[in-house]
Design a binder for this molecule. Structure first.
Ligand SMILES: Nc1ncnc2c1ncn2[C@@H]1O[C@H](COP(=O)(O)OP(=O)(O)OP(=O)(O)O)[C@@H](O)[C@H]1O
Length: 322
């Protein structure tokens, strides 16, 4: 449904700055009805790709087809099947929910009975039904984001592009937003491509793409990505100075040890190797350890493994209990 072939984009340089290649011969294909997440460290080219897919920028070279239509030669045709949720709010916060939806419908020529039908349908996927006359500025951040989603869904897009739509939301609002999105995607068979830094969001999607330096490093299901990097890892919660214990473990065990929030994650191991490692660490450094366990690698571990970069600080957070 979204076919990206050998896409390259270089920002021109200036007297003070050399030209910068943001996308480097990138090819990626998202299937019809698929929910795909695009992730990557800062500066990996996600925003540049997003802007090209929305028709806001032209690539230096390469081809993009959306729904079988060539984006670069027929952008208006692509726009008819595309819905876009930008990171920055695109609704008028001084107007009510229904006024925002009506303005958007007017722009797309959706009137009369069609407006009621499309509007009811779009709202059906959100928690906004009893908030229609409320001004957007008085809604919670999570519900305000749902207005953006309802607005875009009113035009019944076949492909939905979202740029970090849950940035700034608390975990509960983020989960509600994603639940709404996943329901639409399943019920309507919409193809979804969403950029995200939050790896817990990517656990339930069909495929996750990981980019770095304008290149695609991996694109597979969360399960396949996790299976790729080993099967278990030892996680230590230090008693005192985490950096000090990390340095000791690195030096004494010769293993990669990564700080993640207030815990230390040790290099992934094959099945069965975790337990002897855990026992030996506990035996030697028990007085420095609050708790120690073995866990399966998650998508954050995959990200670090594949990109060789730390997970962005704002992606490391503690989930609230469901
Ligand atoms: N307008 C611009 N002019 C010059 N270079 C740019 C411009 N926009 C982006 N770049 C460069 O292109 C590369 C990719 O940037 P881009 O914003 O697409 O990455 P990103 O993955 O979206 O990063 P972030 O997660 O920080 O938003 C970076 O090296 C960036 O500095």
């Amino acid at each position: 449904m979204i076919q990206i072939n050998s896409l390259t984009h270089t920002y021109p340089g200036s007297r003070k700055q050399a030209p910068r290649t943001a996308l480097d011969n990138l090819s990626l294909s998202v299937r019809e009805g698929e929910f795909a997440i695009l992730s990557g460290p800062n500066g990996s080219g996600k925003s540049t790709l997003f802007r090209i897919l929305c028709g806001l920028a032209l690539p230096s070279s390469g081809a993009v087809c959306i729904g079988g239509i060539d984006l670069l030669t027929q952008p208006e045709k692509v726009r008819r099947i595309l819905g876009v949720v930008f990171q920055n709010p695109a609704v008028d916060k001084h107007l009510s929910v229904i006024e925002n939806l009506r303005i958007h419908a007017d722009l797309y020529g959706i009137k009369g009975g069609d407006f009621s039908r499309h509007c009811d349908e779009a709202l059906g996927w959100t928690d906004l039904a009893d908030r229609l006359d409320q001004r957007v500025e008085t809604l919670s951040g999570g519900l305000a984001r749902q207005v953006e989603l309802a607005k875009v869904l009113m035009t019944r897009p076949q492909v939905l592009l979202l740029d970090e739509p849950t940035t700034g939301l608390d975990p509960a609002s983020r989960r509600n937003f994603l639940a709404a999105l996943q329901k639409v995607q399943r019920d309507r068979g919409i193809t979804v491509l969403m950029t995200s830094h939050v790896f817990s969001e990517a656990e339930d999607v069909d495929r996750v793409a990981i980019m770095r330096d304008g290149k695609l490093l991996a694109f597979d299901s969360p399960q396949a990505l996790k299976a790729m990097i080993g099967t278990e890892m030892v996680v230590v919660q230090p008693m005192g100075d985490a950096e000090e214990l990390a340095a000791i473990l690195r030096a004494e065990l010769g293993l990669a040890v990564r700080r993640h929030g207030d815990e230390l994650r040790l290099e992934e191991t094959e099945n069965g190797e975790g337990l002897p490692m855990l026992e030996s660490i506990l035996e030697r450094w028990r007085d420095r350890i609050k708790s120690i366990s073995i866990k399966q690698p998650d998508l954050e571990d995959v990200f670090v493994h594949v990109t060789g970069r730390a997970v962005p600080e704002h992606a490391v957070h503690k989930e609230l209990p469901r």
